[in-house]
Ligand binder design. Sequence first.
Ligand code: RFL
Ligand code: PHB
Length: 397
Amino acid sequence: MNQVWESLLQTDVAIIGGGPAGLLLSQLLMRAGIRTVVLERKSRDYVLSRIRAGVLEWGTVKLLEQAGVDDRMHREGKPHHGCYLTSDDQMIRIDFVEACGKQVMVYGQTEVTRDLYDAQAALGATILHEVEDVVLNDLKTDAPFVTFTHEGGKHRLDCAYVAGCDGFHGISRPSIPAEVRREFEKVYPFGWLGILSQTPPVDDELIYANHHRGFALASMRNPMLSRYYIQVPLTDRVENWSDEAFWDELRRRLPQEVADKLVTGPSIEKSIAPLRSFVTEPMQWGRLFLCGDAAHIVPPTGAKGLNLAASDVHYLSRALIACYGEGDSTLLARYGEDALQRVWKAMRFSWSMTTMLHQFPEQSEFDRRMQRVELGTLASSADARKVLAENYTGLPY
Ligand code: RFL
Ligand code: PHB
C-alpha cells in the first residue's frame, strides 16, 4: 500500500538536528543560494535552555563572521589572551598571544545558537521543531529522502544530500550500516558537576585546576555570570549536591589566592555531564554527511566540542558550495577525510588535557608525579606552552 503523506517537501540539503552544527550549516548554505530544511526533535526553547560550551576558537569566530552572525558576539563576547593551569597552589599562566599569536573568544554556545536562530529567521529558513520518527532513506542513491512525523502527520522530504547534525544520540550515525562503521571510544571514570550563577567570575581568565581532591574549572559567560565545574564520581547525583557543598568543594580545589576572591550565590543551573572520547569512521556514507557530536565527542577539558562541530561545518559547507557553484564534487568526496584529520588532533589534545588535570580512581603515586612533571614543564618551557596554546586556540583548518 502506498503511504499517504501529509506533505511532500523538496530541498537541496536536508539537515537533521537544529543545534549549532545544523543551524550554522544551514546559514552558510542559504547565504550561498543552496536550499535547506532543518528538522529538530526538540522545541526552540529547549534547545536554547541547554548550557554548554563557553570558549570559541578564533577559526570559529571567523566562520561566524562569514555566516553573518557576529554582531552580538563582537559586542558582548570577550576575547581572552590566556588562561591558567594550576597544580595545587601553583599557578601557570599560558599566554596565548605571546606563545602563538592567537586568542579565543568567551561567548556561550546558548548565545551562538540564539544568534543563528535569529539570522535563520531573517533569511526565511525552514526549521521544523518537535519532529519525531526521522528516518533516512535511499542514502546510497542520488535521490535520498527523509520521512518524519510533525504535528501529528507523516511527511516526506526529498533532497540531494543529508547532513547528520543530530548530536551523539541522533539517528544519523546509526543510519550507516554497522558493518561499515568503526567506532573508537574511551569513557572516563568521572563526570563534571557544573553550575551557573549570577556572580562575578573569580578571575578575568579561565582557571583549569589540578588538585589532589579532583579537577576544577573556573569559567564565565559575562561580568555577572559565572560557570564553574568540579570533577565528581559518576555515581554522584546532582540532587545530592547543595549549592553550599559545591562552593565549599570548589574553594578547596582552587589555589588559596583564588579561593579567597570567590564570590558565591545561588545556582541558576546545575547538572552533571559524563566525559568521553568517541570517534566514528567514516563520516560520510553515500549521500549522508555527519557533522559535530553526531560523529565525535570530546571530553570538555580542551573546550573543543563546539569548535570541532564548527570545523566540520566549514569543510562540509565549502564542499557543498563548490558542488553547487562550480559542479566540482572533489571536496565533497573527501569531506570525511579532511574533517577526520582535524578531529583526531583535537581528540588527542582533549584526552591529554583530561589526563593531565584529573584524578583517576586507580591513579598511583607514579601517575601523580607524571602529572606534576607535565605541569612543571609547562611552567618552565615556552615551547611546551606554545604547543598547548596552538591546540587550545585552534589548529588551522
Ligand atoms: P548538539 O548541540 O547535540 O545538537 C544536536 C541537535 O540534534 C537534535 N536531535 C535530533 N533532531 C532530529 N531528529 C533526531 N532524531 C534528533 N536527535 C537529536 C538535538 O535535539 C539537538 O538539538 O550537537 P552539535 O550541533 O554537533 O553541537 C555540538 C556541541 O553542542 C558540543 O560539542 C559542545 O557543547 C561540547 N562542549 C564544549 N564545546 C566547546 O567547543 N567548548 C566548550 O567549552 C565546551 N564545553 C561542552 C562543554 C559540552 C558540555 N556538555 C553538557 C556535554 C561543556 C559541557 C558541560
Ligand atoms: C564553559 O565555560 O562551559 C567551559 C569552558 C572551558 C571548557 C569547558 C567548558 O574547557
